[in-house]
Design a protein around this ligand. Sequence first.
Ligand SMILES: NC(=O)c1ccc[n+]([C@@H]2O[C@H](COP(=O)([O-])OP(=O)(O)OC[C@H]3O[C@@H](n4cnc5c(N)ncnc54)[C@H](OP(=O)(O)O)[C@@H]3O)[C@@H](O)[C@H]2O)c1
Length: 182
Amino acid sequence: MVVANAGISVGVDTAQRGDLDVMAQTFATNNLGMAATFHPFIDAMVRRGSGRLVGIGSVAGVRGLPGHGAYCASKAAVISYCESLRGELRGTGVQVVTICPGYVDTPLTRENRYAMPFLLPPQAFADRAFHAIEAGATYRVIPWQMGVVAKLLRILPDAWFDRLLAGRPRKHRAGQGRSSNP
Ligand SMILES: NC(=O)c1ccc[n+]([C@@H]2O[C@H](COP(=O)([O-])OP(=O)(O)OC[C@H]3O[C@@H](n4cnc5c(N)ncnc54)[C@H](OP(=O)(O)O)[C@@H]3O)[C@@H](O)[C@H]2O)c1
């Protein structure tokens, strides 16, 4: 089993030239990094007729959050990319699993300025992800409560979604916050 987990999450403002570099870095890490992680294993797994490729997406990939365009776009791309790969590898014995975390208490979320419902400790998230993978899931939102939220968000009309998010504090941009993400 190969888990492509590396990811960065930094707020962006497209009007700021420097944030285009942050966007490039986000896509390089979250998307190309994932493909580069899977790539060396695919032929060998197909020859062996078994294996699991696990991509870590995010609930943030379900809809675009203001101030978080690079990350949301990258995670939407993770979800689509893993789905493409799953279809490509169908019948080879190699499974592709997309795991979408809600909020997990890690350095990535610790400085967030907004409420994080159903926040999980890392070990609790890891246990649930392990069980989902073992159970043969192809796509799983963890925790399940965020899966319900994700489904609701997906069907919410744009005007309602925009109103819901209006005024919500935004993710720190590069150089903001204590840890000053890249
Ligand atoms: N925490 C959450 O609530 C949450 C929610 C949804 C999705 N996720 C996703 O879960 C995954 C793990 O996030 P996390 O919360 O554990 O974040 P984290 O604590 O910030 O850890 C990120 C990990 O990615 C690695 N990484 C970053 N850039 C890299 C690069 N260029 N090359 C190799 N490794 C790199 C880091 O390695 P170093 O320590 O060596 O830099 C670190 O191990 C990410 O894909 C994230 O988007 C997290």
